[in-house]
Ligand binder design. Structure first.
Ligand code: PEP
Length: 251
């Protein structure tokens, strides 16, 4: 059975005290009887502290927002998967469209990062998604297939079990424009089909596929009730405890 997961990607927001307050506010109101996994993706700087705050909550995990493609060495300013793991991180987000666009990360770079993360016992939240012009030209399915194929399909079945996919249409990220639940479901169903063709039906059925892109308390329920949408990767709305909690409670 695949998991429902809600991830809060804080990006480069929140000072230390604000971060700790937000985590405490969310932890104090988590649904007790729910099966949903909640993941905080704070700045690297607070990851260890936040992992400690969350350590008594079995269904709460902590993610880094990025990792180096290198293992260790003379790479000033980089953070390795080994460091994330030793700071009690559980996940790392890889392939976010902001990293692809602003830091020019290619599918080949992502392969190295994914391999490094998995070798250091981290789970990977792999982001994919098309630009608006690609959707308008109806090349969005081919594009997403290529992203997944080039960055994930070299993995063994055992490693693929540690992958969560986040479908994030770029035109919906931070814009206030959400994909309709039908558009999102259509892409999620497609992603599950290509995973099934590569790794078999059982693996595909067990892979959590999250939606990201202006998800908020008003649209989360509609999205999460689609059969192939297993949760969300939440940016802006994860910075507010009430909004993030409302999204978590949408299952
Ligand atoms: C994101 O950046 O992963 C994201 C989904 O952002 P937002 O929710 O703000 O659109």
């Amino acid at each position: 059975m695949r998991k429902n997961i809600v991830v809060g990607n804080w990006k480069m927001n929140l000072k230390r005290e604000e971060s700790l307050e937000l985590v405490s506010a969310v932890l104090s109101k988590l649904p007790e009887d729910k099966n949903t996994e909640v993941v905080f993706a704070p700045s690297f700087l607070y990851l260890y502290k936040i992992a400690k705050l969350c350590s008594d909550f079995e269904r709460v995990k902590v993610s880094a927002q990025n990792c180096s493609k290198e293992g260790k060495g003379a790479f000033t300013g980089e953070i390795s998967s080994e460091m994330i793991e030793s700071s009690n991180g559980d996940y790392v987000i890889i392939g976010h469209s902001e990293r692809r666009e602003f830091f020019k990360e290619t599918n080949a770079d992502l392969v190295q990062k994914i391999n490094m993360a998995l070798a250091n016992n981290l789970k990977v939240i792999f982001c994919c998604g098309e630009r608006l012009n690609q959707r308008e030209e109806s090349t969005h399915f081919d594009w997403v297939k290529q992203q997944i194929n080039e960055s994930l399909f070299h993995l063994s079945v055992a490693d693929f079990n540690n992958i969560v996919i986040a479908y994030e249409p770029i035109w919906a990220i931070g814009t206030g424009i959400t994909a309709t639940s039908e558009q999102a479901q259509e892409m999620h169903g497609f992603i599950r089909t290509i995973i099934s063709e590569k790794f078999g039906n059982e693996i595909a059925e067990n892979t959590s596929i999250l939606y990201g892109g202006s998800c908020n308390p008003n649209n989360a329920k509609d999205l999460f009730t689609q059969k192939d949408i297993d949760g969300g990767l939440i940016g802006g709305a994860s910075l507010n405890a009430d909004d993030f909690l409302a999204i978590i409670h949408s299952f």
